[in-house]
Design a protein around this ligand. Structure first.
Ligand code: NAP
Ligand code: SF4
Length: 673
């Protein structure tokens, strides 16, 4: 085999009592499977698949050390011997697959979504409706003991270590920050007092587990909230954590209540590894860096320039369990790259649904969605190479079927291709690269640039015909809608039409927001991501926040985003990313109007009735983003010819279509052939 392209990433790391095979840590990511004992077999297989994919060290989703520490009622906890057994399923499965696994101990503190929340002080979090109870001194000691006992139980369950969650604004972090710790006893006040809890927990946990057990501390190195820690304080805490007995220090970036994006797609790759580098040389422990590292080349660069000793990736390992193996075998073009959309992982968790992955619907469903070798090779036609068709064709071919993929356009992607043109969604190109490579690898016969007819398909006597012909933009009935200054979002995003300096967008759904971002993006801002969001990269301000971040750059274009509903625009956007899109558009000066009715479009512009009376928007162009209609004519024709067809994706149901549903439908259908 040729030499590795990733020597730093694939180098082992000797921790004294155990050697990690490489520098990739699968970071903690809640899947929802942790919360129900009956889901532990699924969780075990989910981790085992990643261990077989050669990840160096796995860290589980957060497990509470006691009921007060639950993230929500009945969340996963490890507090007694009876709960050890279910965790053994995980540790045995991972060890059998040749991997190493740590359990994350997570105490939610005031972020707990239940009435038993506890905290250093009685201060409600902006993201929880529950006001926490302020702990007594005795209460604090009980929490410390709970952490130590939980670590000891984790050892009994066969884990190779634990990660103590000290960042993201959870319990331990709340003691560290003066903003949430107003105590005047030995647990509050001076910094040395505020970090006492973190240090005590590490010290007592080390005592409980002995020397040969991995103890990771996730340290909030950049709080991104007012009154957060300074770089000097982070260094001091790192040194104290080392002295208390930790094995590794992991990087936490931003509290959950911070209003700066830290992992969304618009955050540049590896945008925060400089934060970890600031701690290097001040502690002797190996450091793990994280956030938006989704590619082996990027990870290698981070490690080779000395920002950290290891990289943590959570979502990229949901997207592709074989990430490390593919990198090691120089098959990086085969990696199914995480596009940082959050749509099937974090958004699911925040909606209390179990997590999966938009580009890999098997993630966290390994036991039920299986791509087994086909019992008999069948001839399958898939019509349409958008996300649904691509997913169906490549999974079916991977299973051994003979698949022909028909696409009227000259290239794959369908509507998905448009997304990559939206600022901050460039990662979407990776999914098309992945599918293009899968077509080659699995031997799908691609017939592009020709529209398949029902007669042809029936004539070729396929065993199965899948119609994935997608959607077309809905054109609303508004007087003047066929005027030349009315454009479709497809015209705009493909660059076929260039919008003028004053634009009204009809429809404020996902695509209306995308088009608004595209149109309002400053042509040449010159400002970096950190400057745009007011992040202090020089370590001069507490919490990493610049005092006068300003409102960002307004757009040179005047953009109106319109909606008939009276509800706030962007309601349907993802929970974890909607606020970023709304904030960005606000900063760009996009005007959002709701509760309106469209009257007509003429040479004067777009005429509206608004709740405050009639109004004319004097615009150069009107862009229609009013949802889609399904394109299922081919399915009807096939049925009329007596053929049996499977219809998936937008061709089945255009409303609420997104790539998540399309890819999953394609994969599930193909898994059953
Ligand atoms: P959408 O989210 O359903 O939004 C359609 C918009 O058009 C709505 O704002 C609707 O608001 C308006 N509309 C519907 N019928 C209309 C009519 N006859 N006349 C005028 N306005 C009309 O659809 P989309 O924006 O096309 O997005 C398609 C799918 O892709 C969605 O499921 C979306 O979630 C997904 N997507 C998601 C993202 C993301 O960031 N997560 C990005 C892009 C796309 P009113 O009826 O109130 O006017
Ligand atoms: Fe990444 Fe999106 Fe998959 Fe989450 S759902 S792991 S963000 S690709």
């Amino acid at each position: 085999m040729s030499a590795s392209l990733y020597p730093h990433l694939l180098a082992p790391l000797d921790l004294g009592f155990v050697t990690l095979p490489n520098r990739v840590v699968m970071g903690s990511m809640h899947t929802g499977l942790e919360d129900r004992p009956e889901d532990f077999p699924k969780l075990a297989e989910y981790f085992a698949e990643r261990a077989r994919g050669q990840v160096g060290l796995i860290i589980t989703g957060g497990i509470a050390p006691n009921m007060a520490g639950w993230t929500k009622p009945f969340a996963g906890k490890l507090t007694n011997g009876r709960e050890v057994g279910r965790h053994r399923l995980i540790t045995e499965a991972v060890h059998e697959a040749g991997g190493l696994v740590c359990m994350q101990v997570l105490h939610a503190g005031r972020y707990a979504y239940h009435p038993f929340a506890v905290a250093p002080s009685r201060i409600k979090a902006p993201i929880s409706p529950f006001t926490p109870r302020s702990l007594t001194r005795f209460g604090i000691m009980r929490q410390v003991s709970a952490f130590a006992r939980c670590a000891e139980l984790a050892r009994r369950a066969g884990y190779d270590g634990v990660e103590i969650m000290g960042s993201e604004g959870y319990f331990i972090n709340e003691f560290i920050a003066a903003r949430t710790n107003r105590r005047d006893d030995e647990w509050g006040g001076a910094y040395a007092n505020r970090i006492r809890l973190a240090v005590e927990i590490v010290r007592r946990s080390r005592e409980a587990v002995g020397p040969d057990f991995i103890l990771v501390f996730r340290l909030s190195m950049l709080d991104l909230i007012e009154g957060g820690s300074s770089p000097e304080e982070v260094r001091l805490l790192g040194q104290e954590i080392e002295a208390a007995g930790a094995t590794l220090i992991n990087t936490g970036i931003g509290w959950h209540e911070a209003r700066i994006p830290t992992i969304a797609a618009m955050v540049p790759r590896a945008a925060f590894t400089w934060v970890t580098r600031q701690l290097r040389g001040h502690v002797n422990l190996p450091l793990i860096t994280s956030n938006r590292i989704n590619d082996p080349g990027v990870a290698e660069a981070v490690l080779s320039r000395g920002d950290a000793d290891l990289v943590s990736m959570a979502r990229p390992l949901l997207a592709d369990a074989e990430f490390v193996r593919k990198a090691a075998e120089n098959r990086v073009d085969e990696i199914n790259t995480c596009i940082a959309c959050n749509q099937a992982c974090l958004d699911h968790v925040f909606e209390s649904k179990s997590a999966s992955c938009l580009v890999n619907p098997r993630a966290a469903r390994e036991t039920e969605l299986r791509y087994l070798p086909a019992p008999a090779r069948r001839r399958i036609a898939v019509v349409g190479a958008g996300p649904a068709g691509l997913s169906c064709a490549t999974v079916a071919a991977q299973r051994g079927h003979a698949v022909t993929l028909f696409e009227a356009a000259a290239e794959i992607g369908g509507q998905f291709r448009l997304a990559q043109r939206v600022p901050g969604k460039e990662e979407f190109a990776e999914t098309l690269r992945y599918f293009a490579r899968q077509i080659e690898l699995t031997g799908v016969e691609a017939r592009f640039g020709q529209r398949a007819t029902a007669e042809e398909l029936v004539g070729e006597a396929f065993d199965e015909i899948v119609v994935a012909t997608g959607v077309e933009p809905r054109i609303p009935t508004i007087e003047g809608v066929s005027r030349p200054e009315v454009l479709s979002y497809v015209d705009v995003l493909t660059g076929r039409a260039v919008a003028g300096s004053r634009v009204a967008i009809i429809g404020a759904g996902g695509i209306g927001f995308d088009v608004a971002e595209y149109l309002a993006h400053p042509a040449q801002s010159g400002a970096s991501f950190h400057e745009q969001w007011g992040i202090d990269v020089h370590g001069e301000h507490r919490g990493g926040l610049l005092p006068d971040a300003g409102d960002g750059l307004p757009s040179e274009r005047r953009v109106y985003l319109l909606q008939r509903k009276a509800t706030p625009p962007g309601r349907g956007l993802g929970k974890t990313t909607g606020w970023i899109h709304r904030t960005t558009l606000k900063r760009r000066g996009v005007q959002m109007l709701t509760g309106i009715e469209y009257q007509r479009i003429d040479e004067a512009g777009l005429h509206l009735s608004t709740p405050s009376g009639p109004r004319v928007l004097e615009v150069d162009h009107v862009v229609i983003c009013a949802g889609q209609e399904k394109c299922d004519g081919l399915a009807t024709e096939l049925s009329q010819l007596g053929a049996s067809v499977h219809v998936i994706g937008g061709a089945l149901l255009a409303a609420e279509l997104d790539a998540k549903r399309a890819i999953e439908e394609g994969a599930r259908l193909a898994a059953g052939f």
